[in-house]
Write a protein that binds this ligand. Structure first.
Ligand SMILES: Nc1ncnc2c1ncn2[C@@H]1O[C@H](COP(=O)(O)OP(=O)(O)O)[C@@H](O)[C@H]1O
Ligand SMILES: [Mg+2]
Length: 469
């Protein structure tokens, strides 16, 4: 079997590329979410480290008896810490200060590390990052080396900002690497778990479309327990069923052809028999004359059976030819054609408004109405009432009778060809054909009610509403 290449989307439009992009995007988004607190944390650590080294540096003062050291050493220590002024206040009230040659200066911002909450730290981080110029910070906090000592450092903010920017670049680089690795892993997993089986499934569908009757071995065998496995098994199942149905259909079609051929010939033979029987009715022999009408009726029934079967075996219902139909007039016409069955005072009650019009195939609608009327009268109804109901889906014609209702056998096999008949000489085709014709017109035929007091059938004319009436 030749399978034409499956037209799958190019990489750019396929599932893989989208998932790849989305994965990268999601990882980056989560990195951003992590970045904000981590940059704030970085800043806090940096400042605490300053307090720490500042504390160390100022310890040099304590080593001297008068808390004075060589000014040069003081400048070098301040330089080493990166601070302009360092102050210290111990729990014993001792105050130390180290300011080298720093002149009096204005502090731009004072930060007390001991009372900064999470949100404030986040805000401080952003604040530092967006500064266009250097600021002088005064940072206070308990020394990380001794919890009862407060260290106080005045320093430039610029180096902090530089460190934060460098840190941000590192985080960005790392995020990109992580997102690429994650994306590659997700991509691989996806290829393996979804895309490949998907392609196989699509290939199977294409092969199936091209030749529904061919075998497609590989699908049913999958043992995957996930959704794809279910899809594969369902597909295999569907394929098997459709194949069987197609084979069945082919057999039925062959049978149908044979039946219609036989019927066609039989109808010819019956026509000849009918002609001869007509002559028998004029026979001189009274016995023969008496038998003739019964024989004629049987022959007529045989002809009806042939015509119905032929109609049914013909391939599908004929294409409807829609036109605007005057409903009341059509129903009257059907009534006239049923005159024989209506003999003896039976009533054909047409309550459809004079002006009602529908859009339908007139010939088909005539056949359907006649069929329903015929059934009701054959089953012993005295009155058949026809009315039209306007509902949101369109117009519905109701055929109600006061007969005995449908026998159980007819209800069980309602609309099933050859099976629904519960009447001597019936074919069980009338209702099946009527429904097929209605569905062919986009409408439907339904049994609304069936009880001892009578049966009601509804003919739905979907979109059957014509111009306002
Ligand atoms: N209005 C009705 N009242 C009672 N029984 C009905 C009515 N319409 C149909 N039936 C039952 O449904 C069966 C199927 O009808 P139909 O499909 O026309 O086949 P057929 O008329 O050839 O038997 C009939 O045999 C009859 O028993
Ligand atoms: Mg019938």
């Amino acid at each position: 079997m030749k399978v034409e290449a499956v037209k799958l989307p190019t990489f750019g439009r396929g599932l893989s590329a989208r998932v790849l992009l989305l994965t990268i995007l999601f990882v980056l988004v989560s990195e951003v979410l992590i970045y904000a607190p981590s940059i704030a944390r970085f800043r806090l650590d940096w400042l605490e480290e300053k307090l720490n080294t500042a504390h160390l540096a100022i310890l040099a003062l304590e080593a001297t008896p008068d808390y004075m050291i060589d000014p040069e050493l003081e400048i070098r220590l301040l330089d080493h810490v990166g601070a302009r002024i360092i102050g210290l206040r111990g729990s014993d009230g001792k105050n130390l200060i180290m300011r080298g040659t720093t002149p009096p200066l204005l502090v731009d911002v004072t930060v007390d590390l001991s009372d900064r909450g999470f949100v404030q730290l986040l805000e401080d981080g952003v604040d530092t990052l967006v500064q266009p110029r250097n600021r002088v910070l005064r940072v206070k906090g308990y020394s990380p080396r001794a919890a009862d000592v407060v260290v106080d450092v005045v320093l430039d903010e610029w180096p902090l900002r530089q460190a934060m920017i460098a840190y941000s670049w590192r985080v960005l680089g790392l995020s990109v690497v992580i997102s690429l690795i994650t994306a590659a892993l997700v991509f691989g997993a996806l290829q393996w778990l979804i895309i490949r089986p998907m392609r196989r499934l699509t290939g199977g569908m294409v092969a199936f479309r091209q030749d529904p009757e061919a075998m497609l071995g590989e699908f049913g065998a999958t043992t995957r327990g996930d959704e794809i496995g279910v899809a594969e098994r369902e597909f295999a199942e569907m394929h098997t069923n459709v194949r069987q149905a197609l084979q069945q259909k082919a057999r039925l079609a062959a049978l149908g052809t044979a039946v219609s051929k036989i019927n066609h010939d039989l109808r010819g033979i019956l026509a000849t028999a009918r002609l001869i029987t007509d002559r028998l009715a004029e026979s001189d022999n009274p016995d023969v004359r008496k038998a003739a009408p019964a024989l004629l009726r049987s022959l007529d029934r045989a002809v009806d059976l042939c015509s119905d079967t032929l109609n049914f075996t013909r391939e599908g219902p004929p294409k409807p030819a829609f036109q605007i139909v005057q409903l009341k007039e059509l129903i009257d016409e059907v009534g006239e054609s049923l005159a024989k069955l209506l003999a003896g005072g039976k009533v054909w009650s047409n309550t459809v408004p004079e002006t009602a019009t529908v859009r339908a195939d007139r010939g088909q609608l005539y056949r359907i109405l006649r069929n329903l009327g015929e059934n009701a009268l054959q089953m012993g109804a005295h009155t058949v009432t026809l009315n039209a109901v306007d509902n949101p889906e369109g117009i519905e014609i109701r055929v109600s009778d006061d007969g005995p209702g449908l026998p159980p056998k007819a209800v069980e096999n309602l609309f099933v060809p050859f099976k629904g008949s519960a009447r001597a000489g019936g074919t069980g085709l009338g209702l099946a054909i009527a429904r097929e014709l209605m569905r062919g017109q986009g409408g439907d035929l339904r049994l609304l009610r069936s009880e001892a007091g009578g049966a009601v059938f509804a003919i739905d004319l979907a979109n059957g509403r014509s111009q306002p009436h």
